[in-house]
Structure formats: structure tokens, C-alpha cells
Ligand binder design. Structure first.
Ligand SMILES: *Cc1c(COP(=O)(O)O)cnc(C)c1O
Length: 477
């Protein structure tokens, strides 16, 4: 073919493509797209047409001809693509992984009271930074300061965006250009790029590692203290444990050493729990009150791990040190916002009232008896018709759930899961179909079965999950 004949063939094939406006008109009145903004529909139309253009030219190259596209089919692709994606990108889903504090799935769920406070504070002006008694500028931190003092026994508190920010702020405020002594066994990476040595470098503090990976002694700390030492830092090894021949220095001993040498001692507790969970079968974890009671100068922890509140970083400790953190210009960049404060205040309030175990979803899921999880799993199974049960090979299995979020890493909670997956409908296919459904459902695959762990499935989600499972059979079958 001559070059001009080739170009002519191309042109005539491309003339088969509908115009953008033509396809747009066809899809625009589809009820499924009524919440989708027009620019997004236009974009999707262009994308579908670009794909179709490639397909036509490919067909021309391979066969010398191309079939005209069907306008209805193109419109269908636009509608399905857009309505599946939905109007919003950040959206709720069903966590059937059994991991209670799943960082990728948003960690802690807020309590009803926290949601209510958040909504009320967000929909009206508030006294965020106004002291109403004197009609003067007030402090946003005051709204949770009293609560935190009473709950932890500390002299003062400060809340920032998250615990990583709290650690960064503390190091920058107290140890910029100075040395911070940390055990080699605690130079942790939490994931999501949070590494203690990196944070330290960013803060301008100089890391002084002491001891070895498995054993650090008080003498190691004592020998490392010199004229440039500004802080002794203890870090909770949140997501792993060194087992076997190990030695860590108890916080009380570090406090005694620091105070004898005039060096403040800080502990990054990571999760930061207010209630002793041992009565519910959990291993010993120091509570925030205990850490404060041990005499630490600063203690930091997350708002959205075991505490069960919104994302936040909380620092409690000695008033003069907290004041230095608060006055640091960097604090302005790490500042907590009013929605978080409203949710955090309500979360802390539950601990003060004493109903945290019943009202805070994280604690409720952690302490829910196995029998209650089993009842929920049975309810889910009962909602499936016998033909769906057979098609999915659905059975209830006992298993182990995890706390997650770098909290209580070795703990495995007894749980009950609905297991699905057969030769015809293998687990990985069911997993993909559930993930792309509405709402998405996230389970975990173990030994060729997809497990839907009922410890993290909410009661209100049981009927929704049953519907999603039923749809699997009617669409994939
Ligand atoms: C989780 C964790 C952090 C980070 O806390 P975020 O609130 O996620 O920023 C820091 N230190 C330790 C020990 C942790 O476990």
C-alpha cells in the first residue's frame, strides 16, 4: 500500500468512531451517573473513545479492516466504569481481615459520641481558640488538656497531627544539634517510612546508639551520656519482639539515671493504652498512666491505635518540657485540627466516664467474647440461601485474628470466620470480586480459602455482606 492509501484507510476507519458529544449525549441521562460530576463523565468518554481508537487501528493493521463500534456498547462501558468507581474515592468498606487496627483500612473506628461531637463542632462556629470567660484568644489544646492530665496523671499535655509528628517535635524541641541516646534494640521501623533513625536525622538530633540488638544494659546508657546528651529515648518495639537471650532496661532505671545526670527521659509508647487489658486475656502492656507514674519526663502515643480515637499524636509529661514543644514553631506545622480535637475529646471523655470498653469500637472488638463473634458468624451463614452456601462452599472455621497497627504484635485473638472458595470459584477470584464490589469487602486468603473474619465485621454489615456473597453467585455463575 502506498503511504497515501495507508493514510486514507486510517482516516476512513477513524471516521467510524462516534464524536465525543455523541457518546456524551448518550450516557449523560443515565440515572446511574446522576451523582457523577460532568467533567468526570467527559473524561471517561474521552478515555473510552481513545481506547476504541487504538482498537480500530490495531484491527486495521492486523486484518486490513475494522468493524464499526457499537454506540450502545461504548456507552455501557462508560456507565459501568463510572458507576463502579462511584462519586467519591475515599469510601467505607467491610473489614473482614480480622485485623482490628488495620493501618491501610483506616485504623480505629470512632465511637458514636465522637462522631456526634465531630458533626456538631464541624457544622457550627466553635470556641476552638477563644476563652469565653475573658473573650480573649484561648488555646485549642485546652479542650483536652484537663482530660489528659486527669487520665494520665501527667502535669501537662500537647496534641499534634500523629505520633510520628509528636516524636519529631519532641526531638527537634529538646535535642536539635545534640545527642539522643537510644538502645540498638529499639531502632525500629514501623512501616509507612517511619524509622526512628530517619526521624532523628530530620529533627537535627544526633543518634547515639547503645547496646546490641538483643541486649542493652543500664551501663550502656550511662557510658554514652556526655556533655552533648540532650535526651534519653525509649521506644516501644511495637510491631516485633526480640525473643530469647534479651535484656532491656526498665523505664524506672532509665528515669533514675536520667534524673541523676540531669537528662530528660522520653518514651514513645506507640499505641498508648489507658486500660489494663490483662483481665481480657491479653499480655501485659504498660498503660500510659503507668509510664507517666514511672517518672518519665515525656510520653508520646497515637490517638488512633488502642486508644480508639481519631488520628492524633499525644504527648504528656512535665510542664516545662511540654511548653517547649508547644512553643516550637514546628508545632504550628504539625497542628491538630478542630475535627480531630472534637473526636479526641469525646474519646477521652469515654475513658473518664468509664464506658470506654462498651462505647469505643476498637476496645469492643478487642474484648468481645468468642461466643459473640461466633453468633455473628452464624447469623451471616444463616442469611445465605442453601444454594449460595453450596456454590461458595461456605463453612464456619475457627481461627486467629490480629490486633494490628503495631499494637500487641504477638497477640492472636480467637475468632470465627466464614470460609469460602471451591474448585469452580477459587478463593482468589472471590477475593477480587468482593474487593471490587460495592461496598468493597476485604478478607484474607489462607490455604486456598477466602476467610471472612467476623471479629472485625460490624453487626450492621452482616446483611450487607450476605448480599455481597449472594451477588457473587448470581453474577459469577
Ligand atoms: C505507630 C507508632 C508510631 C507512629 O504513630 P502514628 O500515630 O502512626 O504517626 C510511632 N512510634 C511507635 C512506637 C509506633 O508504634
Amino acid at each position: 500500500m502506498t503511504p497515501s492509501a495507508k493514510s486514507e484507510a486510517r482516516q476512513s476507519v477513524l471516521r467510524l468512531l462516534p464524536a465525543v458529544d455523541q457518546l456524551l449525549q448518550r450516557v449523560e441521562r443515565d440515572a446511574a451517573l446522576k451523582e457523577i460530576p460532568r467533567p468526570r463523565i467527559v473524561h471517561a468518554v474521552r478515555e473510552v473513545l481513545a481506547g476504541e481508537r487504538r482498537r480500530l487501528l490495531e484491527g486495521l493493521k492486523l486484518t486490513g479492516a475494522a468493524a464499526p463500534p457499537d454506540l450502545g456498547a461504548l456507552a455501557g462501558r462508560v456507565v459501568v466504569g463510572l458507576s463502579r468507581a462511584g462519586a467519591f474515592s475515599l469510601a467505607p468498606l467491610i473489614n473482614a481481615t480480622g485485623v482490628i487496627l488495620h493501618t491501610n483500612l483506616g485504623r480505629a473506628l470512632l465511637s458514636t459520641l465522637a462522631l456526634e461531637r465531630l458533626r456538631r463542632v464541624a457544622s457550627a462556629y466553635s470556641n476552638l481558640e477563644m476563652n469565653l470567660k475573658v473573650k480573649e484568644r484561648g488555646s485549642r489544646y485546652a479542650h483536652v488538656d484537663g482530660l489528659l492530665q486527669r487520665l494520665t496523671g501527667a502535669e501537662a499535655s500537647l496534641v499534634v497531627n500523629n505520633n510520628a509528628a509528636a516524636v519529631l517535635l519532641a526531638l527537634e524541641s529538646l535535642a536539635h544539634g545534640k545527642e539522643v541516646v537510644v538502645s540498638r534494640g529499639e531502632l525500629i521501623e514501623i512501616g509507612g517510612e517511619f524509622r526512628i533513625p530517619d526521624i532523628m536525622r530530620r529533627s537535627g538530633a544526633i543518634l547515639r546508639e547503645v547496646g546490641t540488638t538483643n541486649r542493652t544494659h543500664l551501663k550502656d546508657y550511662a557510658d554514652a551520656i556526655g556533655p552533648d546528651t540532650a535526651l534519653i529515648l525509649k521506644v516501644h518495639t511495637s510491631n516485633y519482639r526480640v525473643l530469647g537471650f534479651t535484656a532491656q532496661v526498665p523505664r524506672e532505671d532509665l528515669v533514675a539515671l536520667g534524673h541523676a545526670r540531669g537528662i530528660p527521659v522520653m518514651e514513645d509508647l506507640g499505641s498508648g493504652c489507658f486500660v489494663d487489658l490483662r483481665p481480657y486475656g491479653f499480655p501485659y502492656e504498660p498503660t500510659v498512666q503507668e509510664a507517666v507514674g514511672a517518672g518519665l519526663d515525656l510520653v508520646s502515643f497515637s490517638g488512633d491505635k488502642l486508644l480508639g480515637g481519631p488520628q492524633a499524636g499525644i504527648v504528656v509529661g512535665k510542664a516545662d518540657l511540654v511548653e517547649r514543644l508547644r512553643k516550637n514553631p514546628l508545632n504550628r506545622a504539625l497542628r491538630i485540627d478542630k475535627l480531630t480535637l472534637a473526636g479526641l475529646e469525646a474519646t477521652l471523655y469515654a475513658y473518664e466516664v468509664g464506658d470506654a470498653l462498651e462505647t469505643i469500637p476498637t476496645l469492643r472488638m478487642l474484648t468481645e467474647p468468642l461466643a459473640a463473634v461466633r453468633r455473628r458468624a452464624r447469623r451471616l451463614l444463616r442469611r445465605l440461601s442453601p444454594s449460595v452456601v453450596a456454590a461458595l462452599g461456605a463453612t464456619l472455621v475457627e481461627g486467629r485474628a490480629q490486633v494490628g497497627g503495631g499494637s500487641l504484635p504477638l497477640v492472636e485473638l480467637p475468632t470465627v470466620a466464614l470460609a469460602i472458595g471451591t474448585g469452580d470459584r477459587p478463593a482468589h477470584m472471590l477475593d477480587a470480586a468482593l474487593r471490587e464490589g460495592e461496598p468493597p469487602v476485604i478478607g484474607r486468603i489462607a490455604e486456598d480459602r477466602l476467610l471472612l473474619d467476623c471479629r472485625t465485621v460490624l453487626n450492621v454489615d452482616v446483611p450487607v455482606l450476605a448480599q455481597a456473597l449472594t451477588r457473587l453467585v448470581s453474577t459469577a455463575g
